[in-house]
Design a protein around this ligand. Structure first.
Ligand code: AMP
Ligand code: FE
Ligand code: FE
Ligand code: ZN
Length: 284
């Protein structure tokens, strides 16, 4: 079985429509794909309606969180959430708040660039980005305006947390997010915890604390992890009794990685399914 549990559509910062994404997942030979857009479930219905026969869809999301960094200071962390009830009122409110943060911070970043003379129109960027606006939308605008040659180049400096235009979002504290997802019947997985190129790293003992309150798993095989870091995450998972996932974190044309580049074992998927009961897996 080929299982990819982390992908993005144009409902957040990917470029495939949700329908296009599930068609591409089938074409890539996947048996199971999870749609995990940032802070939104807006793509779920379209993906489910378009699901090719033989493909299973795990409805999920990647939630913007804040955790304790290795240096003791707060750090941005992505928490994958699967098969939760998307109508849970507390959860719905928090996701609306997170999307509000996304839009207002991207506007500030775009306006800072425009004020500095870069050819960026904040209204236009925000209109193209939609409710789950993210830095990749601004990166595309910078490429289209000829400021940088590629999206990757935009992240090197202009969009970097160390850069002059960056603004942090007010994300959900990790432990609150883990509990919220559980209350809504879902299961959680810490995404790409060792993605060094993105900035500072989450303290490993914070993952241990999350395990105590019900975290389900950790992502180990991921394009932004070295072999050594993937191994580290697998060792930590076995120590803490967590399951391990591997995934592509596909973003269509906004990143170079293909669907199915990394995959998850059937046993880990079985663990995940055992622990989640908010909504069902959709069978194509
Ligand atoms: P945001 O959620 O607005 O903070 O933006 C983070 C998103 O930017 C991530 O989910 C990735 O999709 C994307 N991203 C981060 N680093 C890079 C990079 N070096 N190249 C391309 N996309 C990136
Ligand atoms: Fe993304
Ligand atoms: Fe992520
Ligand atoms: Zn992602």
């Amino acid at each position: 079985m080929r299982i990819d549990l982390h992908s993005h559509s144009a409902a957040s910062d990917g470029t495939d429509t949700p329908a296009g994404l599930v068609r591409n997942a089938a074409a890539a030979g996947l048996d199971v794909v999870a749609l995990t857009d940032h802070d939104t479930t807006a793509g779920w219905d379209e993906a489910a309606d378009a699901l090719p026969s033989g493909l299973r869809l795990v409805r999920g999301m990647e939630m913007s969180c804040t955790g304790r960094g290795e240096d003791g200071h707060p750090v941005a962390v992505h928490l994958l959430a699967y098969l939760f009830d998307p109508t849970d009122p507390v959860f719905v409110n928090e996701l609306e708040r997170l999307r509000g943060e996304r839009v207002s911070r991207l506007r500030v970043m775009a306006e800072r660039m425009a004020a500095d003379g870069l050819p960026i129109d904040a209204d236009r960027v925000l209109a193209q980005a939609g409710p789950a606006a993210g830095r990749p939308h601004l990166a595309r605008a910078l490429v289209e305006a000829g400021v940088v040659p590629t999206i990757g180049d935009a992240f090197l400096d202009l969009l970097s947390p160390k850069g002059r235009y960056y603004m942090a979002k007010e994300d959900t504290p990790l432990s609150d997010a883990v509990k919220m997802v559980q209350t809504a019947g879902g299961v959680t997985v810490v995404a790409h915890a060792r993605a060094r190129a993105r900035g500072r790293l989450l303290a490993l003992d914070h993952i241990e604390e999350l395990a105590e309150i019900g975290l389900g798993g950790v992502e180990a095989d991921h394009p932004d992890h070295s072999d050594a870091d993937a191994r580290l995450m697998k060792d930590l998972a076995s120590k803490l009794g967590l399951f391990v996932t591997g995934s592509s974190d596909y973003h269509g044309e906004n990143k170079s990685v293909e669907l199915g580049r990394f995959t998850t074992d059937g046993d880990a998927l079985a663990d995940l399914l055992d622990r989640a009961h908010g909504v069902e897996v959709v069978e194509g």
